[in-house]
Design a protein around this ligand. Structure first.
Ligand code: ADP
Length: 259
């Protein structure tokens, strides 16, 4: 419904009515734009691995490529990527969806973040990355949905490990700041250029598309959009500071629920 704003005139009651209708129409249009963009992005993301699968299988059927273990493994890896893509999309649509519900509990944030940190020690060690925990000096409690906070922190940590070369270091930690608790994830990895910083929270945005696609661990560029939607669902904000070649610091803040 475009260009149909009702003129806000007449009695104060009529004006209020017109404003409410206009706001509803604007919200409807916003959701419609979101849906259309999402469908386009989705079609684009699915087309690439499907085209590749199609031609790999066709080549085997036509006898151009033999059905060797290596060739089948390439198909398997492509299907695996498609499965992760669908999983990520489901998580994203859940997090951005209108019916999204948080199961709020009063949580010891230090304990929660430390648990996630411990879960990543093995992965980081495997990549020769020193992972440390930044413990706050005071107890930090907040009213949050613990599973969603774990999801945000896991996304930030897996990115930090993914985009930091072997021998580097990553720190995950938290601290109180006025009425908030700030949770941060700092790495000394490849960093992000100024131009890209404002784009990385967008759905399907990846700094180097070809590199991420070739890299079998590469995501589809929705991890940060999910993290952003989840932080915002908590009434929080998410941000990043980064210097190319030096590293990145991602952080998000949520309201503290009394110490
Ligand atoms: P992806 O699934 O590609 O990792 P994300 O939404 O999680 O998608 O991240 C978007 C892009 O932001 C990534 O492709 C990467 O280029 C960049 N990025 C995210 N975290 C970091 C980091 N810690 N260091 C450098 N670049 C990062």
């Amino acid at each position: 419904i475009r260009g149909t704003d009702i003129p806000v005139t007449g009695t104060s009651e009529m004006k209020r009515f017109a404003s409410t209708i206009n706001a509803l129409v604007a919200e409807f249009n916003r959701q419609e734009d979101w849906r259309q963009q999402m469908m386009q992005d989705l079609a684009h993301e699915l087309r690439t691995p499907l085209t590749s699968l199609h031609s790999r299988i066709e080549a085997i059927l036509d006898g151009i490529h033999p059905a060797t273990e290596e060739n089948l493994y390439k198909i398997y890896a492509e299907i695996d990527r498609l499965c992760r893509l669908v999983d990520d999309l489901q998580k994203l649509s859940e997090a951005e969806g209108a019916r999204f519900q948080l199961n709020i509990e009063r949580i010891d944030m230090t304990q929660l973040i430390r648990d996630v940190y411990e879960g990543f020690l093995y992965v980081s060690k495997g990549k020769d990355i020193r992972l440390t925990f930044g413990q706050p000096h005071v107890p930090c409690y907040a009213e949050v949905d613990p599973d969603r906070i774990i999801q945000i922190v896991s996304n930030l940590l897996s990115n930090a490990i993914k985009y930091t070369p072997a021998g580097g270091s990553v720190e995950i930690g938290l601290y109180p700041a006025e009425s908030d608790i700030v949770i941060y994830c700092q790495d000394n990895g490849i960093g992000i250029s100024k131009r890209e910083l404002s784009l990385i929270f967008n759905r399907f945005y990846r700094v180097d598309k070809s590199r991420t696609r070739r890299d079998s661990r590469g995501g589809i560029g929705v991890g940060l959009s999910i993290a952003k939607a989840l932080a915002e669902a908590h009434g929080g904000t998410i941000g990043v500071e980064s210097v190319p070649g030096k590293g990145s610091k991602f952080y998000f803040s949520i309201h503290a629920g009394g110490y």
